[in-house]
Design a protein around this ligand. Sequence first.
Ligand SMILES: NC(=O)c1ccc[n+]([C@@H]2O[C@H](COP(=O)([O-])OP(=O)(O)OC[C@H]3O[C@@H](n4cnc5c(N)ncnc54)[C@H](O)[C@@H]3O)[C@@H](O)[C@H]2O)c1
Length: 356
Amino acid sequence: MSTPTDQDQTSTTNLTSSTSGDLPHSNEHICLIGLGAIGISFLALHLTYTSAHVSVYDPRPDLEEHIQSVLPLYLPAPSASSSVSIAGLISSKRLVIHSSLQSAVQAATIIQEQGPENLSFKQSTWSQIISHASPTAHLWSSTSGIPASQQLAHLPTDHPARGRLLIVHPFNPPHIMPLLELVPSPSTSLSELTFAQSYFSALSSGHRPIPIHKESAGFVANRLSFILFREACHLVNQGVASVEEIDEIVRASLGPRWAVGGPFKMYGFGGGKRGMEGFLDNIGEAIDGVWKDAGTITMDLGRDDPEGWQRKVIDQTDRAYGVLGPEEIKQRDKGLRAVVQVQQDLTGKDGEHREL
Ligand SMILES: NC(=O)c1ccc[n+]([C@@H]2O[C@H](COP(=O)([O-])OP(=O)(O)OC[C@H]3O[C@@H](n4cnc5c(N)ncnc54)[C@H](O)[C@@H]3O)[C@@H](O)[C@H]2O)c1
């Protein structure tokens, strides 16, 4: 198994230059609105795998310190052929930190927002962006679940910005995780979908943009993940297994299995020669029993209730893992990079399956 090291990536990367090297998108100017967990990770992705200029805006008073302390964790480490510092990125103007949204968006060809997850923030931010940005700028939102049609529902139905907004939903952390769910609203033009697909497909990182056919709450990856998470919380609440035990069960079973093939393909193996039909015939009754018995816990139960499921899940998780700091982030990223690399070794960067 070959595992990528940070040094491997920097050998072909000069992060301070927006014009040199073979990196794509030298004509693009990305503006990131919101530099929290997702924003910083996207910043690392664009800086590492493209040669686009990047502008950032976030009203937090410690923005520059925040970038200085977190971004180096996500960027390739300096090597003999490339030494990168945040100061170098800023002085070369590859990265520009803005103190107003207006100046941040002005020259942008792509505006990507990852601010707070609430509808009123998204709507008021898009209104500001639209009034200051180029009328041809591509508009992307990283939202986990607020569809594009809702984010622009306050605008007239024939407003041209409706054709330009596309959800580009990442899986955390997006500088490593390959998935980008591209979720258009019924008004988003096809050319926006095609542009975002070609933007991410051009990266040497193996990112995998996947168009989603219809808007729905949570799109696809989170719907699947949150349903699993609900059942995991239910099992903790019922005392069937602890937080740590469930994490280990997933790591030892579904994790490796689903890293190799998705649920349909892998369950298809379970049906032998008859594939999925055989599987559903053989195991269908057992599946139905679990579906009928599945937990139905909701978020309505207060955290302060000592008997509530939320309290149990929070307390057990805190006891098991404590506060996850920079060292744990490094370990997480090392593990994720290794798993993504194994997938690429098996299937190629474009997801085409090779012989296993
Ligand atoms: N965290 C995840 O796992 C994850 C995964 C995928 C998508 N998302 C989505 O990404 C978005 C951001 O999530 P996050 O986890 O990075 O949140 P976060 O709280 O870490 O970051 C949000 C950032 O927005 C900034 N902000 C606040 N007001 C702002 C304004 N007026 N203009 C610009 N920036 C402003 C905050 O200062 C903060 O830095 C959300 O829409 C979320 O649903 C999150």
